[in-house]
Design a protein around this ligand. Structure first.
Ligand SMILES: *[C@@H]1O[C@H](CO)[C@@H](O)[C@H](O)[C@H]1NC(C)=O
Ligand SMILES: *[C@@H]1O[C@H](CO)[C@@H](O)[C@H](O)[C@H]1NC(C)=O
Ligand SMILES: *[C@@H]1O[C@H](CO)[C@@H](O)[C@H](O)[C@H]1NC(C)=O
Ligand SMILES: *[C@@H]1O[C@H](CO)[C@@H](O)[C@H](O)[C@H]1NC(C)=O
Ligand SMILES: *[C@@H]1O[C@H](CO)[C@@H](O)[C@H](O)[C@H]1NC(C)=O
Ligand SMILES: *[C@@H]1O[C@H](CO)[C@@H](O)[C@H](O)[C@H]1NC(C)=O
Ligand SMILES: *[C@@H]1O[C@H](CO)[C@@H](O)[C@H](O)[C@H]1NC(C)=O
Length: 428
């Protein structure tokens, strides 16, 4: 028996009746439920590999990518609610034994352009009648995470051929385009993290459209990589501009806990990811972006990114035209955009999705739910749903001194867009 009960029976009764925060059923105080916004559906469960990116097609096919490592495949398609299979084929997903190589003792990723190494992101562009099939675009970083002799995870450098953008026709599941990059555009320590497209004929001389890619390079020089889909030429813009750099010593909070990175064999550190979120406005005029470890949202006129190096002022004009749109209320991991021009931002610190509305220049809450434990990549479907991957990333072994604290299943959650929003089709 507790001492209090012996000495002060009345007080003991009072203590027993106390309402604690964790049991709020009887409190008269206002309580944060951890949730708001449209109803969330649990659309798909992951039981076998932890996902990174996803994309949903016009017919509701769900494609997923996984970074590796040692996973058997890096792109998959959901075959039912609880399983995915390699896509477009098991063979096109290079086996784990072929992901890396080395020169003079320096580890490099594979240089193989004809198979997938480590896919970070997916994006689907709609069919353009008579010109281009509905296409699943695949970003292969060419940089797998491997274990060195000391059992410490390392990411080998990318070499030309490995880092690539692959286009797969969804009408026949066939690879129809592969773009690689010279070492002067994709540096050895670059890391392509996401991609958006403007496929309208008038944005490039070639008439085949352009891709805007973010290079989030933890190690070095983040910035934008542009790719002319007609000529295959690529170039960079805003490399190491202040707006694309990580903010040093960023300590986010996840589930209410301040978070530091604990990587095996390394001193305690903080996440160092630069330019990560990207979205193009429905009129193609503006590119919104932000580094992962930053609370600021930026934009730049898309034409400044399209400008080629033949214009000696291209880089200065781009830097001069960056707009800081202010803070948004936390770090953001990945963007999406809808036909209403809203810029959705995945907010792992808040178990939420926010959106920036260019009409009122403010960021707003869209949906929040305790199940949103690290939203990693989102895809807006032609069905007017917002799909997001949930992968519990802060609990992965790479960030927890080797201990895997994730619990299966991971999930795809979905909810209805606001104001009858849907997938952007105006850039096709
Ligand atoms: C919360 O408190 C109520 C009222 O005392 C009780 O009925 C209920 O079992 C408690 N719930 C938990 C989870 O302890
Ligand atoms: C889902 O597909 C997987 C792989 O093809 C299969 O093993 C599993 O039995 C299927 N589950 C259901 C519920 O159909
Ligand atoms: C690939 O990485 C593994 C793990 O570090 C290493 O054992 C192997 O030798 C590497 N392969 C090549 C060809 O360098
Ligand atoms: C698949 O479709 C694409 C686009 O329509 C076409 O270019 C390609 O030839 C087709 N491939 C096969 C194997 O049918
Ligand atoms: C491309 O054409 C559309 C109209 O079809 C126009 O609104 C847009 O401004 C043009 N873009 C450029 C870069 O010329
Ligand atoms: C913004 O970019 C345009 C070209 O697209 C350029 O003419 C203009 O000078 C730039 N603004 C500044 C302040 O450099
Ligand atoms: C990681 O785990 C090892 C082995 O248990 C321990 O010696 C080391 O101090 C840990 N490092 C951190 C940063 O927690």
């Amino acid at each position: 028996m507790h001492l209090t009960t012996l000495l002060y029976p009345a007080l003991a009764a009072l203590v027993a009746a106390q309402v604690t925060f964790r049991n709020s059923s009887q409190t008269i105080l206002r309580v944060d439920t951890g949730a708001y916004g449209p109803e969330i559906e649990e659309f798909h469960y992951y039981y076998h590999q932890w996902p990174i990116g996803l994309a949903v097609s016009s017919t509701g096919r769900l494609f997923v990518c996984y970074t590796r490592g040692n996973y058997a495949f890096t792109v998959g398609e959901a075959v039912n609610k609880t399983a995915e299979e390699p896509y477009p084929s098991a063979e096109f997903n290079l086996p784990v034994s072929q992901l890396n190589t080395s020169f003079n003792g320096i580890p490099f990723g594979s240089a193989n352009p004809a198979g997938l190494i480590n896919v970070q992101a997916l994006y689907i562009t709609p069919e353009i009648a008579g010109k281009r099939p509905e296409t699943l675009w695949v970003i292969d970083t060419g940089r797998p995470t491997i274990m060195d002799a000391q059992g410490k995870p390392t990411m080998p450098y990318g070499q030309p051929g490995g880092p690539k953008i692959v286009g797969i026709a969804l009408n026949n599941d066939t690879v129809y385009a592969t773009y690689t990059f010279p070492a002067s555009v994709h540096y050895p320590d670059s890391y392509m993290n996401d991609i958006r497209f403007d496929l309208r004929p008038n944005v490039t001389e070639s008439g085949m459209g352009i891709a805007y890619i973010v290079d989030s390079s933890d190690e070095g020089r983040p910035g934008f990589i542009m790719l002319d889909l007609g000529t295959g030429e690529s170039w960079r813009r805003l490399t190491q501009d202040r707006s694309v750099l990580r903010v040093d010593r960023d300590v986010p909070s996840y589930q209410g806990h301040p978070f530091y990175q604990r990587t095996i064999g390394m001193p305690i550190s903080t996440l160092r990811e630069g330019l990560d979120g990207i979205q193009v406005s429905p009129d193609g005029e503006t590119v919104y972006y932000s580094p992962l470890t930053s609370v600021y949202l930026f934009s730049i006129p898309a034409r400044n990114l399209r400008e080629r190096d033949t214009n000696p002022l291209a880089e200065l004009e781009a830097k001069s035209n960056v707009t800081n749109l202010g803070q948004r209320g936390g770090d953001a991991n990945g963007f999406e955009g809808d036909s209403n021009g809203l810029i959705y931002q995945l907010m792992p610190e808040h178990n939420a999705i926010y959106y920036y509305d260019p009409k009122d220049l403010q960021t707003h809450g869209y949906v929040r739910d305790p199940r949103i434990i690290w939203p990693d990549s989102a895809s807006i479907g032609a069905d007017g749903y917002f799909y997001m991957n949930i992968n519990q990333l802060p609990y992965q072994p790479m960030w927890n001194n080797g201990s895997d604290e994730r619990t299966y299943p991971g999930a795809v959650l979905r909810c209805k867009l606001l104001g009858d929003g849907t997938k952007i089709t105006s850039l096709s």
